[in-house]
Design a protein around this ligand. Sequence first.
Ligand code: NZQ
Ligand code: ZN
Length: 387
Amino acid sequence: MLNFELKNPTKIIFGKGEIAKLTNEIPTDAKILMLYGGGSIMKNGVYHQVKEALKQHQVEEFGGIPANPEYEVLMDALKVIKEKNINYLLAVGGGSVIDGTKFLVAAANYNGEPWDILKQQIRTYEGDALPFATVLTLPATGSEMNSGYVISRRATGEKLSSGGPGLFPLVSILDPEVIRTIPKHQIANGIADAYTHVLEQYMTYKTAATLQDRFSESILQTLQEVAPKVLAENFDYDSAANFMWCCTMALNGLIAKGVPTDWAVHSMGHELTAQYGIDHARTLAIIAPSHYRYYFENKKEKLAQYAERVWNICEGSTEEKAIKGIEQLEQFFHNIGIKTKLSDYTEEYSETAEKVQKAFEERNWLGIGEHKALTPQDAFKIVEMSY
Ligand code: NZQ
Ligand code: ZN
């Protein structure tokens, strides 16, 4: 097992009706900016619950943060923060609103061009950012309990990530009731995103981190178990609750400790969102099977372990089990209604691999993945295999 440090300061308040507890979590003398997306919170009662909880607080609002949070929109929010002397941010939304908020709490105290934080990968340390809390409305990214974020800039076709230990939410409220109003295709996205988060921290090479492997496998199995129930017409609270907690646990730092991690699927996937606007989770389902086929030799031990422990495929050689593991993964995405080829999403894909290679070269990403060996040329080949 690799050496590690673990500190996750986010307080989680989990359960039905718990949004009301915001009242006691944010100091009454805070000048709050409440941030949200395109309006789903107006329709499902979450806006009302938050306002009710904060009726003794000073709250300004900024709505309209789009999916794949847009830099230009966030620059407008930054103006509001400065003009109104805001000193506490509250994100009410999914990963996009929470990520946008993380960028803003970092940018608010940064003296320089805010885009440089992303371009130059400037990390935000404890005490560097404004304090913030979240009310999660869409389980998927784990952003409610981690310190990373991803921002898009449509004008330049970029989608970049950054983070740092100063960017954990102080408190996040997770009420599974919010899942009632999420469109089914977004729930499928959440399942696929969380599932791939686990794979990025698991599908590498065999190590002695036995407990970490079993944590990962249990999250994968739980997601598989609840997927049909959260996608069914009837709302089932316990399935929703398990789904929500899986998504948080998949990317709150715990399962990454002591093990090698990959994250190349995300790096290539972000380029597909930047080029085509394809939903984040779907880009992962496009890339992951090809990535595992391309790196079959490196990853076959872990692929076979995945097939055996997660899908109960116990017959055959390591190679045979590993191949079946990839097939099961593809089938799982299909079963939740997610297609796994780039050509399922766009007809204009012929130059995609070249563009991804170029973007990697420009950023000097010359060796990523668990062995730091995936070159821009490898990315070209993996993306081409995903057509
Ligand atoms: O904008 P509104 O109207 O709120 O609608 C949203 C949005 O259209 C809707 N929605 C959210 N909660 C709802 C709801 N609709 C009905 N009822 C509810 N309760 O869902 C749509 C998608 O929301 P979004 O926040 O964009 O989705 P998600 O949570 O999947 O976030 C995606 C973003 O997170 C980044 C992605 O790259 C992408 O930009 N990621 C962030 C990570 C992190 N911070 O750790 C890791 C991930 O790998 C990912 O990269
Ligand atoms: Zn993701």
